[in-house]
Design a binder for this molecule. Structure first.
Ligand code: ADP
Ligand code: ZN
Ligand code: MG
Length: 491
């Protein structure tokens, strides 16, 4: 990562970063927010358009009930209070991809307010406030390349114009780039649980603008903020914030002033660049949208929404810990997505020892996934497969070594555990004591020096014997039986 200048750790420590995030999430409705055009991504440009989303004069918006429902679900999942009455407002500005000359959004009466996301800040729980969650329409998309021979031309695709969004604005409660990353991870996790968005950053379904300022530690009032826009991964947001913090401090330390502005992050260079001076709310001349009635989400509707909320990760984690005896860390991994959590629970209920299922995820799955660059959702071994392997270990049918070999084969072949286990002829570890006894006797006879060490009190050499016996049995011996036999014969 590049830095602005060499700010010493001591200087850096004098300042406290203050961060607030504005996140736009695209809702998974089939049709747009104010017309019945399709929201499908990737269709040929300007094929999903009509007079309403083209902004033709006289066309009237009609609110999509599903969009309200989805926004309401997200609001409840984020602990927000839904306002019974909220108001749509026109946000006026000119941009080529905004044919109406205004965006329909919500301003002083948003759909929901006063939420929070709990994050893990260096091992401690910290609540980040959510100021508001409001509904709005997306603008179109300007394409600057890939459609014509000349790069100096820009084309407009209005398929995205009118796609429903929610904007989630955080309080300036975030104190480090790491916390910002945590906040976004938890936010995405919660939204995915509700199923109201796919949160796909590559397709622009989740976009984040990061506001950042610094102030000398102990100072009450905030410093001047800058806003970094359109960063397309959580990792880049963290990097952009790290860069901005150093830049702010360097400017202030050299006697300069931060100007309030919007900046862009260049991820190749690891730097931000000033784009334009920040516009203020009054520049937008907000006023209530005259073509739409106030939005009323009454108590009854709110209760209906609440009833369809799934169990959220924040609640699910402690329950999994209590119910299945797994660790906090296990629970974090296993609740990363709703589908994973549900699969784990199904597998854990069916398995003899649920704790072992969770252990195997950590010991056998995570490392192998990481080596292949796979997410847990892309694992060749399913939760069902892990449950079978856990049972085989639990019953002593296979040894730990055999289990590891079978997992290796699963990842080599891209096949699930039950399939590989069958393909390998359902191997079993040897518990044939007489055959093992013979091996043990041979190993003891071949290693008189170690036998003497053992008998003169150096009990740890038993490990050496276990290793030799396991090797001679090609990993098929039950370590428990080998240990018992060796202890008996050596003493
Ligand atoms: P604006 O009107 O400039 O858009 P808002 O008050 O709407 O500012 O806040 C936008 C985002 O910036 C919010 O997430 C808020 O928490 C955050 N924010 C506000 N002031 C600061 C500041 N001084 N430093 C960092 N973030 C801030
Ligand atoms: Zn339309
Ligand atoms: Mg704002």
């Amino acid at each position: 990562m590049s830095t602005v200048s060499d700010i010493s750790a001591a200087v850096r420590a004098k300042y406290e970063p203050v961060i607030g995030l504005e996140v736009h999430v695209q809702l998974l409705t089939a049709t747009k927010i104010f017309c019945s055009c399709s929201t499908r991504f990737g269709d040929p440009p300007n094929t999903n358009v009509c007079p309403v989303c083209l902004g033709l004069p006289g066309a009237l918006p009609v609110l999509n009930r599903k969009a309200v429902e989805f926004a309401g679900l997200a609001a409840l999942a984020l602990g927000c209070r839904i306002n019974t009455t909220s108001i749509f407002a026109r946000k006026n500005y000119f941009y080529p991809d905004l044919p109406k000359g205004y965006q329909i959004s919500q301003y002083d009466k948003p759909l929901a307010e006063h939420g929070l996301i709990a994050i893990n800040a260096e091992g401690r729980r910290k609540n980040i406030g959510i100021t508001r969650l409001h509904l709005e329409e997306d603008a179109g998309k300007s394409l600057h390349e890939g459609f014509a021979e000349s790069k100096e031309k820009t084309a407009i695709d209005l398929n995205r114009s009118g796609v429903p969004l929610i904007e989630i604005v955080s309080e300036p409660d975030i104190s480090s780039p790491e916390e910002a990353y945590e906040y976004l991870t938890r936010l995405k996790e919660i939204i995915l649980y509700t199923g109201v968005s796919d949160c796909n950053m590559e397709e622009g379904s989740l976009r984040c603008d990061a506001n950042i300022s610094v102030r000398p530690r102990g100072q009450k009032h905030f410093g001047t903020k800058t806003e970094v826009k359109n960063v397309n991964s959580f990792r880049f947001i963290r990097q952009a914030l790290e860069y901005e913090i150093e830049r702010h401090i360097a400017v202030i330390e050299s006697g300069g002033k931060i100007t309030q502005e919007t900046r862009l992050y260049n991820s190749n260079e690891g730097k931000t660049y000033g784009m334009r001076s920040k516009e203020h709310a009054h520049d937008y001349r907000y006023f209530p949208e005259p073509d739409l009635l106030p939005l009323v989400v009454d108590e009854k509707w709110q209760a209906e929404l609440r009833a369809t909320l799934p169990e959220l990760p924040e609640v699910r984690r402690p329950r999994l810990v209590a119910e299945y005896g797994i660790t906090e860390q296990d629970a974090v991994v296993l609740t990363a997505t709703r589908s994973l959590a549900e699969q784990f629970e199904a597998a854990a209920k069916a398995a003899k020892n649920p704790k072992r299922v969770a252990n195997l995820v950590q010991t056998e799955l995570m490392g192998r996934l990481k080596a292949k660059g796979l997410e847990i959702g892309q694992s060749p071994v399913s939760m069902k497969g892990i449950a079978l392997s856990a049972d085989l270990i639990e019953s002593g049918t296979i040894s730990g070594k055999m289990l590891k070999d079978l997992y290796d084969l699963c990842f080599e072949r891209g096949k699930d555990f039950p399939v590989v286990y069958d393909d390998e002829g359902r191997p079993e570890q040897s518990r044939d004591t007489s055959a093992l006894e013979k091996i043990v006797d041979d190993i003891i006879a071949a290693n008189p020096k170690q036998v003497e060490q053992y008998r003169s009190g150096k009990k740890t050499v038993i490990g050496y014997f276990v290793g030799q016996v396991m090797k001679a049995s090609q990993g098929k011996a039950s370590p428990q039986i080998v240990n018992e036999l060796l202890a008996k014969k050596l003493s």
